[in-house]
Design a protein around this ligand. Sequence first.
Ligand code: SAM
Length: 399
Amino acid sequence: MQLRISGVAVGGDGLAREPSGRVVFVEGGLPGERVAAELVAERRDHARAVAVDVLDASPSRVVPPCPFVAAGCGGCGWQHVAPGAQVALKAEVVADALRRLGGVADPVVEAGPPLPAAGARTTLRGVADGEGRFALRRRRSHDLVPVPGCLVAHPLVAEVLREGAFPPGAEVTVRAGAATGERLVVVDGPGGAPVDAGDVAVPAGVRVVTGAELAAGRRAWLHEEVAGVRFRVSARSFFQSGPAAAGALVDAVAAAAGVGEGDRLADLYGGVGLFATTVGRRARVQLVEASASAVADARVNLRGLDARVVRSDVARWHPRRTDVVVADPPRAGLGHAGVRVVAATRARRVVLVSCDAGALGRDVRLLAEAGYEPVASTLVDAFPHTPHVEVVTRFDRRR
Ligand SMILES: C[S@@+](CC[C@H](N)C(=O)[O-])C[C@H]1O[C@@H](n2cnc3c(N)ncnc32)[C@H](O)[C@@H]1O
């Protein structure tokens, strides 16, 4: 079928309508384009299709710069979008989610600073193919495409992709500290099966650890630096996509939070302490985090600060009176349980870091119902060449 793409959906697909009015999500279609598309799934109220030919191309369309896209690699979804246009499209997706799901009549979405479009990702997860090469999934498939190079990977990570050899089927996570040069590979056997670290070959100096060893209590970490702070990051602890993106997020959160000397700050879903150690430097901090390894890192990273690290599910945490909340939940967002806790802090200001536009829209509506008005959002382009977003939104408590 031929379709005219009118917009872009959460997740990055183009949006079109069939003559019947049914919405079609079109993978590979950009706003303004006319495409020939093949249906891949049909529901009563919407369908999914893939653009197989572009009949009228958007001026934002480019030839994917990474050669592995042509080989079928599904690691990045937006290599066909010019880097400059990606941010504008993401801002459109976020504004649309704020309007439609969040009920914000006139959303303010500002773009954060430009970030490197290549060579910045310091963590990459993949699977070893039948020949033991690092590989990523093919688009819309479980098949693997070996990627001995990767446009978005930091050079320290890219070298491991190029030179590493792993047990076939193993899940492989490659991590690097860009500032320190430290590197770590975590290997999990296929489907949780045991795997021998001795069967892994990596460049000199790269530490290898298996999932089973970590589960048995072995500790492995690297160090990274952001905003002048050195972080210990354990093998299983979350860290942002790279130090430049982490620095941009710290700046956006600091500007939105307006934390004053001696303020009480709750850093919810605080990870290894990225915001507590920077935005909360002059504050009295409570960091709440569920992961044992991130909590152990945060306790090290927050040494010397007026800070307490609480290992807890945020939903089960009993809030104390707080001046400012920073909340950075996983993809599902705060949801009812998280919003209940945020609201119970009675903080004057909440800064929400969202990695999913749909979840952001839903959280905005819930927070507004709980008395928090969204003021403005900043889009930090932490995942160039993909439709993924990171959005920092400031809320003020209604009087
Ligand atoms: C998106 S990361 C943000 C971490 C940190 N703010 C940062 O920027 O590095 C979300 C964090 O929330 C933690 N987490 C996930 N679900 C949680 C929950 N229900 N309660 C507390 N922490 C949770 C994860 O372990 C992870 O460290």
